[in-house]
Design a protein. Structure first.
Length: 159
């Protein structure tokens, strides 16, 4: 997942760093002691859409079994659109192929992301389901869980 999640901007603030002076000469700066600090990450719609439409997310979702009209079926995401409409909300709309029937269904939701107290997790609250007919609450929950994972700051490879 980390290779599919790009970021537009990263700002870090670290106090009292200790570096290996020999590494500086070779252009390889590395911290020699653990330090605390804070980082601000800027993700754009394009960054998040790239992650949602990555092979990693497609593979995870297509292995997901959901119940549709009492029948278990596998799904295959066709396309996922993530939007930042303003007012602190995120919107996700997806075209999902139901493998059992060959039908393509539209699902979607909007929600408000919030950052946990420890500053490491972003979760969704106030989820509102889209205008499309809900084919399965399990499918929407899988998309919400995937959104939480993509927005989880531990998914960033900061090396």
């Amino acid at each position: 997942m980390q290779k599919d999640l790009a970021m537009t901007e990263l700002e870090m603030q670290i106090t009292s760093v200790a570096i290996n002076p020999l590494g500086v000469a070779s252009g390889s700066i590395e911290l020699t002691k653990p330090r605390t600090g804070k980082a601000e990450v800027l993700l754009t719609e394009a960054d998040i859409n790239r992650a949602f439409n990555s092979e990693y997310v497609r593979d995870k979702l297509q292995n997901h079994q959901i119940s549709v009209n009492g029948q278990e079926t596998a799904i295959m995401p066709q396309h996922i659109d993530f939007h930042l409409p303003g007012e602190g909300k995120v919107v996700l709309n997806a075209s999902i192929l139901l493998r059992g029937t060959g039908e393509t269904k539209q699902v979607g939701f909007s929600a408000v992301p919030y950052i946990s107290a420890n500053g490491k997790n972003i979760s969704l609250k106030n989820v509102e389901y889209g205008k499309s007919q809900e084919i399965s609450p399990e499918l929407t929950q899988a998309l919400i869980a995937e959104t939480d994972e993509i927005l989880n700051l531990r998914n960033f490879d900061l090396e």
